[in-house]
Structure formats: C-alpha cells, structure tokens
Write a protein that binds this ligand. Structure first.
Ligand SMILES: Nc1ncnc2c1ncn2[C@@H]1O[C@H](COP(=O)(O)OP(=O)(O)OP(=O)(O)O)[C@@H](O)[C@H]1O
Ligand SMILES: [Mg+2]
Length: 271
C-alpha cells in the first residue's frame, strides 16, 4: 500500500485553505465568510468562546461538513478528492466517551484503530503496525496501560489514548479539538510539549484550545473565532486586548512578560 505516487504531497501547497467559507447546520449559519490559509508545517491554535464555531471549523477542514458557500482545500485538493491522502490526516475529536465505551476493547486496540486506514480491509495488522502502536503509546506515556480495558481508563487517560490513536496513523496533518479538556496541569503541559515536538518533526498541527495564555507560547499562528474570523496571524500580533475583547466579549487583561503573552480574562458583571 505504501510507496505509491499518492504519498507525494507537494510541499508548496497549503495544508488547509478556506476561501469565503460559510457553514452551518441546515439553514442555520454558524460560521460566516471565513478565509484562512494554514501552510504545511505550521502549528496553529483556534481560539474562541463556547459555540463560536471551533468544532464546526475543524469538521469543515476535515471535509466532514460541506460549506453552504465558499471553498475548502486540504493539501490543495477538495476534501472529496483527497482519496488515499485522507490517511495522512489525524483527528482527535472533542469528547472522548461516546460509542467506544461499550466495546470490550483494550487501550492497545483503540490505538490500533489508527492503523486501519493503512491496513485496509484485507490485511491483518503486521509487525510494522504493532510497532507504530507501541511507539505511539510510548509517546503519550501510556505504554504501561496498553492492556487496560478502555472503559476502565480515566478521562485524561482516554484523551491520551485517542492522541496515540491519531499518532499511530503517522499523520502529516493533525487536528485536535480541545485535547486538554479535563486534563490536569502537568499532563496539559506535556501534551503541548509533545505537539511542539511533532511540529518540529514537520507535522502540521492545528489545535482548538481554551488555554489562551498557555497555547500562545507554543504556536506560530492563531485564528480567533466568534461566528466569524475575528483575527488570524502570529500570536504576538493577533492576541491584542482588542481582539480578545471582540472574541470573548469581555474585558481581557493581556500581559507580556519578556515577550511571552499571558492573558487574564475578567467577565463583565452587569448590574
Ligand atoms: N450537529 C449540529 N446540529 C445543529 N447545530 C449544531 C450542530 N453542531 C453544532 N451546532 C451549533 O453550532 C454552533 C457552534 O458549535 P460548535 O460546536 O462549532 O462550537 P465550539 O466553538 O466548538 O464550542 P465549544 O467551545 O463549546 O466546543 C452552536 O450554536 C451549536 O449549537
Ligand atoms: Mg467545540
């Protein structure tokens, strides 16, 4: 399966390009007129309040939602024409309970699911697949839990196993939807460190996050959403008080310690 010409994603095409995208559910518009280009090799954060349309944007980028207007391209191709390139896209979805829970799966089996696009329907997992699963488990620090049943894992452990599942597929583009929700401070830090390593190895990483102050230290691009694209670009340019206030609709105090942006948000308490 490997080694075919379709492996060669041209290095100069953007990982993701959205042009005047309007998207929603039925007639409801959730995101309006979003234009955004994320180059290959970038590390981007998508920020915005609840219901801003962050998950909707990720799902549009993945081609899971078809825009009402505008154009989406992944690696220079419309999502429907991705074909076997689809297996180079990793996705860590927002909630981690869902359907998997009832199956008698071990953590190891869940990570192996990440190999399915490479294994295909006819082959059984081979030594290479097992090696990728072991490596992915090690990378998220969950090698010790490989044989544990999925249902017995804590929320934070499940989140890491889902991360390993995405990594086992060796994605070129990794999209993560709030991977640190319900994860403790130390594990959050190590997840961001891992994302930074992956980025340094050449992976394109796009992460939806609420950790505004923390994520700004890691990424080289941010997109601020609130039903529209409020601002996008380099974090030090974009994460101004004005942008944050427009995005969150509240008073934001933005501090710079030695070039590292750090944010404190104060809710307006209206009488
Ligand atoms: N499947 C759906 N059908 C109908 N409306 C939806 C659907 N999914 C999301 N919405 C609506 O679209 C809007 C944006 O939702 P979305 O999940 O993209 O927000 P979000 O920025 O990811 O929020 P959160 O921070 O809470 O995860 C919300 O008003 C939501 O109710
Ligand atoms: Mg969401």
């Amino acid at each position: 399966m490997m080694g075919d010409a379709d492996l060669m994603i041209p290095p100069d095409v953007p990982a993701i390009r959205l042009e005047n995208v309007t998207v929603g559910y039925g007639k409801q518009v959730v995101l309006e007129d979003v234009s955004l280009t994320i180059p290959q090799g970038a590390f981007w954060a998508i920020l915005g309040p609840n219901a801003a349309g962050k998950t909707t944007l990720l799902r549009t980028m993945l081609g899971l939602l078809v825009p009402q207007k505008g154009k989406v391209e992944i690696f220079g191709r419309p999502p429907k024409q991705l074909g076997s390139w689809r297996r180079w896209i990793g996705y860590v979805p927002q909630h981690h309970q869902a359907a998997l829970v009832r199956f008698p799966l071990r953590a190891y089996d869940v990570v192996m699911m990440g190999r399915y696009p490479h294994i295909g329907l006819v082959r059984r997992p081979g030594p290479e697949d097992h090696e990728h699963v072991r490596r992915a488990l090690k990378r998220v620090d969950m090698a010790h839990a490989a044989q544990k049943p999925w249902f017995s894992l804590s929320g934070g452990e499940r989140q890491r196993i889902l991360m390993a599942r995405a990594l086992a597929a060796q994605p070129r583009l990794l999209l993560l939807d709030e991977p640190t929700a319900g994860v403790d401070v130390a594990a959050t830090q190590s997840l961001y460190e891992l994302l930074r390593e992956l980025h340094q190895e050449g992976m394109t990483v796009v992460v939806v996050s609420h950790d505004v102050g923390v994520i700004a230290q890691y990424v080289n691009g941010v997109a601020c959403l609130n039903r529209r694209l409020v601002a996008h670009g380099r974090p030090e340019e974009v994460l101004t008080q004005e942008t944050l206030e427009t995005m969150y609709g509240c008073e934001a105090v933005f501090l710079h310690h030695g070039g590292v942006p750090h944010m404190v948000v104060r809710r307006h308490h209206k009488p």
